[in-house]
Structure formats: structure tokens, C-alpha cells
Design a protein around this ligand. Sequence first.
Ligand code: ACO
Length: 432
Amino acid sequence: MSDHATLTVNGITVELPILRGSCGEPAIDITTLTAQTGYLAYDPGFGNTASCRSAITWIDGDHGILRYRGIPIEQFATKPNFVEVAWLLIFGRLPTTPELKDFSAKLTANAHLHEGLRHHFEGFPVDAPPMAILSAMINAKGCFEDDFLSSDDQQFEDAAARLISKVRTIAAYAYRRAKGLPVIYPDPKLRYIANMLHMMFSMPYDQYVIDPDIEAALNLIFILHADHEQNCSTATVRMVGSSHANLFASAAAGVCALWGPLHGGANVAVIDMLEAIHRGGLSPEDVIRRAKDKSSGFRLMGFGHRVYKNYDPRATMLRDISERIFTKLNRQDPLLDIARKLEALALADPYFVERRLYPNVDFYSGIIFRAIGIPTDMFTVMFAIGRLPGWIAHWKEQHDQPGGRIARPRQVYTGPDLTNYTPIDQRPAPAG
Ligand code: ACO
């Protein structure tokens, strides 16, 4: 196979090196394209652009494969330990028992929020979107971390532990504030997920009883969300981090990117869509019709993916979890039946088949969160807690790579050519 690509443009021929990823995917290195030819590469949405080299997560979208540091995602199904996976993603290998113990101890020791930080919650309206609160509070947390040096490995590990630990405290406090409920402090005796459930659902006079099956399901859900290479929020974290912004500012930006309904916010949009069908007036067939009609501006939420052109392996695992949880809780949810019907309709419809649109991670996650008792506006917050280790891993990888450049894409300018300034009294009235 050739080690370079030849491009001829406007009479100039350039040879561009071919790079190969460790699992064989080829890429044309266009680093010198503009300098050599004067041409830019145009790639809106970056669908063809590898923006970095990364050793964290590998996806084969055609075959529905996802691996964290080389380990297939399915291998985490029976040994769910979110903290272990977080360590793997951030530090590049599975931790030893002392390393995991030490990191878990750091999470436990750092679960509380600085009392000064706690008062920030009072400034938000009670109906503030929890994703806005999460982003603002992670950024605010950075103000209490002014001694953090990204160049010091030990300080980095401590800061990562503080962020992973405190994010669930922030999430729980945002929830309690929205409900007008008293704040519940973390309990050092509880594990990571159990502590989050305790802070969300216990009362001062009534300890929330943690069901180990629910704890295990949430553990696995968080693992499934933990990283996904250069998705919109991770690319945002790297974009912000590329200017040497600190870990907290970069992660806060990631939360904002995740919030949108085309990304993590899709888990809320899916439930809104299923509820609209359940309320009546709109059938699953109507929804499929609208999704196919480009003029409707509507999409089948929880379907489609930039990289997966096959079943998203996370969606398969989430569907299994949903079945386990509903059986365990001995509960029925009409939304689950509607979701299954929509999935069957879409997978049999030529529109979705031809475009290779399958359920993604958001299609079933909301139904599981609902069954567990997590309110809809906290779904994307749950996604953010799960994705945080991935963001931290990418921020660290970027920092550790020598010669990193600030992320600064170019554009194809489509505005007016050279135009002279017109004094205000000589400007024509706008047409219409
Ligand atoms: N419903 C209907 N049509 C769709 C959908 C959908 N959910 N997704 C893609 N398409 C169509 C597009 O209209 C396009 O059709 P065309 O070729 O006739 O123009 C074709 O499929 C390709 O779609 P793109 O928009 O090019 O796909 P892209 O990679 O840009 O977008 C995205 C991916 C944003 C996930 C898209 O599939 C989508 O909007 N899905 C719904 C929202 C969603 O579930 N987001 C969560 C994604 S997973 C995550 O971020 C955690």
C-alpha cells in the first residue's frame, strides 16, 4: 500500500503522507496542504477530519465496535466498575488493586463541596436547567483550584479525582434545589454511584435504600457513556484545552456542548417524543413519516450516528439493561413498548435502511433513567457524569502530547468583497 497520496490542484502536484492508526484506519496528512498549494480543506462538521492522534477509544462504525484502550465495551458488561474504567481511560491501562483503592479513596475524600461553593446554588432560579447549573458550577469549582498545575502528575490525578467526585455532588445539589429539598451531604461509607443516589434521593429523616441491581445498572450505563473519541463535547473539551485553558474550564465547556439535543440532550428529546406518542394524537407511524419528511425539520430522536453505520453497541447493551431493570422492578412502561415499535418500524423502512440509521446510545437510556426514578431534566446530567472521565482523559492526552497546536480551523469566506464604509446619513434605507 502506498505511503503517500498524490494531489494535483491548479497545476501543482503535492505528495501527502498517509498515516495509519493502530487498527489500520488510513488518513491523509494534509498538514502542509495550504502551505504547498494555497488551498484549504473544506469539511463542514468535520466528518472527514481526524483532528488529533488519540490512543483512548477506538470505534469501528461499520461493524458496531467500541473499545476503551483496546478492551471491547462488551467485556465491561459483567464487571461494572465505573471508577476502574475512569482510571483506565485517564491513565491508559487497568489500575492495580492499590492504585484503584487509592483513587477510590480520593473520590470518597473529595465528595463534599466547599461551603463557599455551595452558596452559588442559591443564585440560580429554582427552575434553572440542571445542565446550565452543572457547567457553571464546574467552572466555579476551578476558582477553588488556583494551585492546580497541569504539569504535575500527582496534582493532575488529585484534580481529576476531585472533579469526578464532586460532579455527582453538584448534580445532586442541582436536583435538590430544583425540588426545593434540603441538601444531603455525601456519605463516605457509600460507593460512587450509591453515594450519588443517596445525595439525590435520601431525606434527613429517611435514608434512600440502594438496590444493588439499580446501582449495577447505573454503573454500566456510566461506563457505556464514559468515552466516545472525538464526539462534539469531547472535541469541545479539546478545542478549549488547546488554548491551555484549565481542566475545569474545558470540562465546563464540554457540558455545554453535550447539552444540545443532537448530542447528549437527545436522551431528553427521545422521552419527549415517546411521551407525545403516548399522549395520543400522534402514532409511531406518524413520527416515522415526519422524520422522513425533510421539510418537517424533525428527526427520529435517538437514531443515527456520525460514526456508527451499524447498531451502536451501547444501544444493544442498554436495551438488555432496560429489560433487566423492568423485570427486576416488575414494572411496565408504555414508553418502552412505543420505543420498541418505533425501532421495528424504522429498521424495516427503506429510508432508515438506506441511510444506515440505527438506534444510538440515547434511544434506551432515558427509559432506564425514568424507571430508576431520575427525572427527565437530569438525564443529560447523568450522561455528563458518565462522560467526564473521557473528557479528562482527552484533556490529559492533549496536554501530554508534545508540540500541540491551538485548535484553530479556517473557513471559506462567503461575505462581501472589499466594501467601503458609508457615513450613517448617506446609507440607503434597507429594502422592504
Ligand atoms: N431521523 C431522520 N433522518 C436522519 C436522522 C434521524 N434521526 N439522522 C440522520 N438522518 C438523515 C439525514 O437527514 C441525512 O439524510 P440525507 O442523506 O437524505 O440528507 C442522512 O440521514 C445522514 O445524516 P447526517 O445529518 O449527515 O448525519 P450526521 O452524521 O451529520 O448527524 C446525528 C448525526 C446528529 C446523530 C443525526 O443522526 C441526528 O440528528 N440524530 C438524531 C439526534 C440524536 O439521536 N442525537 C444523538 C446522537 S448520539 C450522541 O451524540 C450521544
